[in-house]
Write a protein that binds this ligand. Structure first.
Ligand code: NDP
Ligand code: 8X3
Length: 252
């Protein structure tokens, strides 16, 4: 029975991945900051698999280290790490962007991913096995207007993924980047800080659903030992790139 650690499991892609993994008998370490959500998913999935929930902010270097270095024995060998926690904060031109938003995106999407990886990779190296799935974005492959720092953070995720794949190659550790386009989750609520314009992001076309990405992640972790999905770019059919989305006109 494999053990997976999923960051950002309280919502969206991370939560959907936890559900698919549980259905397929993968033991789960589920991380996030919202305790009520962690309790809810633990109650939901515990009948199917063993679940350990961990409440921490990926930005807190010491907390990440302390919590992940003292995993209970039965969860201490992490076979699959899904670095998913992250968000966009704001959608502003660089000249009027918020430094706090920039800090949040770099600290969570980039540094948080590194802190969690730093805690988990040594045991994978010692075992000469493991799989790391980093959730990048189409924003890691192209830059769109007002995407500036979010795009930079996801370009960094892609570079880190490629660096991990090179450095961990001698140890037989698989490293993948799964890079979605528009996925209908709480992502836009967070980006627009609760502003109702978040609701328009997924209107007029069928966006990807969190479950679509979860299925791709599950596919990646169930390939034979010699197969690694190194880099996957996935759009909804209505989306051609970050700025081209075929939308139907909607009556307001
Ligand atoms: P959600 O907002 O639904 O989920 C984000 C998750 O990240 C939550 O579980 C949240 O948990 C967690 N998280 C955020 N900040 C922190 C933090 N500081 N410490 C710990 N956990 C944190 O969005 P998605 O599911 O859409 O996003 C998941 C990933 O997918 C992100 O990396 C995002 O950039 C990426 N992505 C999303 C796309 C989209 O269109 N939705 C497209 C491409 C990539 P909590 O608040 O409980 O801590
Ligand atoms: C999320 C998709 O287009 O908002 O990474 O950047 S997008």
């Amino acid at each position: 029975m494999k053990t997976a650690l999923i960051t950002g499991a309280t919502s969206g892609i991370g939560r959907a991945t936890a559900i698919v993994f549980a259905q397929n008998n993968i033991k789960l370490i589920l991380c996030g900051r919202r305790q009520d959500r962690l309790d809810e998913i633990e109650e939901l999935l515990s009948p199917q698999t063993e679940v350990l929930t961990l409440n921490f902010d990926v930005r807190d270097k010491m907390e990440v280290k302390n919590i992940l270095s003292s995993l209970p024995e039965s969860f201490s060998k992490v076979d699959i790490l899904v670095n998913n926690a992250g968000n966009a904060h704001g959608l502003d031109p660089i000249q009027t962007g918020s430094v706090d938003d920039w800090d949040a995106m770099i600290d969570i999407n980039v540094k948080g991913l590194l802190y969690v990886s730093e805690a988990i990779i040594p045991s994978m190296v010692a075992n000469n096995s493991g799989q790391i799935i980093n959730i990048g974005s189409s924003a890691g492959k192209e830059v769109y207007p007002r995407g500036n720092v979010y795009c930079a953070s996801k370009h960094a995720v892609l570079a880190i993924t490629e660096g991990m794949r090179l450095d961990l190659n001698p140890h037989g550790i698989k490293v993948s980047a799964i890079n979605p386009g528009l996925v209908e989750t709480e992502f836009s609520e967070v980006r627009f800080k609760g502003d109702p314009k978040a609701e328009n992001v997924y209107k007029g076309y069928k966006a990807l659903q969190a479950e679509d990405i979860a299925e791709i992640i599950y596919f990646a972790v169930t390939r034979p030992a010699h197969v690694n999905l190194a880099d996957v770019l996935v759009f909804p059919t209505a989306q051609a790139n970050s700025t081209t989305v075929k939308k139907e006109l909607i009556d307001s």
